[in-house]
Structures are given as structure tokens and as C-alpha cells.
Design a protein around this ligand. Sequence first.
Ligand SMILES: NC(=O)c1ccc[n+]([C@@H]2O[C@H](COP(=O)([O-])OP(=O)(O)OC[C@H]3O[C@@H](n4cnc5c(N)ncnc54)[C@H](OP(=O)(O)O)[C@@H]3O)[C@@H](O)[C@H]2O)c1
Length: 279
Amino acid sequence: MIRACVIGWPISHSRSPLIHGYWLERYRIDGSYTRQPVEPSSLETFLAVLSEAGYAGCNVTIPHKEKAFDLVTAADETTERLRAVNTVFVRDGKRYGSNTDGEGFINSLQQSAPGHSLKNSRAVVLGAGGAAVAVVNAILEQGASEVVVANRTMEKAELLKQRFGSRVVPLDWSKAADQLSECSLLVNTTSLGMKGQPEITLDLSRLDPVAVVSDIVYVPLRTKLLVDAAERGNTVVEGLGMLLHQAVRGFSLWFGPTPQVTPELHTLIARDIDPDYSS
Ligand SMILES: NC(=O)c1ccc[n+]([C@@H]2O[C@H](COP(=O)([O-])OP(=O)(O)OC[C@H]3O[C@@H](n4cnc5c(N)ncnc54)[C@H](OP(=O)(O)O)[C@@H]3O)[C@@H](O)[C@H]2O)c1
């Protein structure tokens, strides 16, 4: 039996076991994927014995993504840039790290807004936290000419510019609405709009009608930002797509097949988030 798990602290909220469990069944693989609560002081030991404990690898979530980067033998180019790991896999007894959040974001965007190209485009990203690092890097890798990063704490937006170069333009949070007229993609990467958090208050009146609006928050499935954008006629991309697509590479690395993000999987996880969800 092939075993994988997700580690975090806390971890009880993770929907990854449901996603990988669906694929294990669908591809008839003799495998398991479990949640493992790992507190920060135990991370190094847990990863050191990952292979001996019988795991082919694991997903890594909050608060371990940055520390896990320091604890893998090697990482791919994108992950080296992000210095954060969400997927660990074992090969020949060595641990390798990958970060699949960026490809999850892009593949979800392509699935929900087919034909939308980021090449030479201008994007506005709200937030400069952990998820924003992966999203901003992914947008730049797609060839965007400018990524405006608006964050409450301006210093963190400045750090993204230092990290990724002059195509990143830090912006004061209060000025975000002024930047919407010429952007082809607006993304929320803050925790605003998430269940239990305040809503985003952003005036969308200047937003280009053909701009795509994406929110990586997935509880609720459709945030107020997305509801408002859809009412104006903009194409919207829900955060659940990113969650599903970021899981693909890990499954393939541990279990073999490259799994599909199907409407059936989408509905399964959407119903777990909102029992009243209907596709
Ligand atoms: N769909 C997916 O697959 C996926 C993947 C990863 C994360 N997420 C979601 O993305 C969200 C952010 O995660 P993260 O790991 O990046 O968190 P994080 O590192 O803690 O960053 C939080 C971000 O939200 C901003 N923020 C928080 N409260 C705010 C407020 N009251 N006003 C303005 N800005 C505020 C922070 O600004 P400051 O810098 O000023 O504090 C920061 O930019 C979470 O909801 C998470 O569930 C989704």
C-alpha cells in the first residue's frame, strides 16, 4: 500500500484527504492519504523519518511551508524562488520539495476562464501574504507585464517587489480601486471575505468589463467579491478550483496517475464546504 498524508498545525480543517481519497478510489489504487497533526517543534523529526514511517510523501500546510523548504534535499526552480513547499515526495530515500499553489491557481484560471491570456497583461493582486507569493510568481511566469500588489501592510508588498523585480508594483491598499480600469485580472489573496472574516470593501465601478476576477478564498465557495463581479458581468474564478488543481501533482508523484479535476470531484468538495451546494 502506498501512503501519503497532509501535515499542518492545526490540520482538522483540511479537505485534502477527501480530494485524494476520491482519486484513490477512482483510479483503484491501493493507497491511503491521511491527516497528520504535526506541531512546529516536531516538523524536522517528522520529515526526517517520513520514508521510514512508510510515506511516499506528504502535503505541507500552515504553518510549515517555509520551514519545510529548509528541510528538503532539493527543490525545483519555481519552489527555489518561492522558498516554500506544499508537496514533499521521497525518491531513493531523499526528500524533494515542490510548491504547486501557483500551477493550481493558473490551471484553475484556465479551466474557468478558457482563452484568457496573462501574456503582456496587467494584474492587480490584493494581499501580500504566503499565498500571494505563489500567485504573484505564477502570474509573472505567465508573462504578465505588470502585477500591482495592494496590501494593508505596504512593507510586505515592497518585499514582493524586492523578491520578484520591477514588474511588481507595490500599492497602498486604499488606492486599489483606482487601478482597476486597465487590469485584465483582479485576484484576492487576502483572508478577507473568508467565513468569519470581514468582507472586502472594494469599489468595482472602474473595473474593465472583460477583466477576470478570481478569489482564492474558498469558504464560502463564492465570496461577496465574486458575487459583485459576476453581477457586473465579469468572468469569475472561485478559490475551490485552485485547491483542487494544486493537489494534482502530489497525487501523481506519490501514486502514479495524473488525476483529473472532474465536475464530480468539484461537487463532492463543494458539498463538503456548503451542504446546500448544487452544481
Ligand atoms: N484556494 C487555495 O488553494 C488557497 C491556497 C492558499 C491559501 N488560500 C486562502 O488564501 C487566504 C490567505 O492565505 P495566506 O496563507 O496567504 O495568509 P497570510 O499569509 O496570513 O496572509 C493574509 C493576507 O491577508 C491580509 N489581511 C488579513 N486581514 C486583513 C484585513 N483586515 N484587511 C486587509 N488585509 C488583510 C494580510 O495583510 P497584512 O500583510 O497587512 O497582514 C495578508 O496580505 C486564506 O483565506 C486561505 O484560506 C487558498
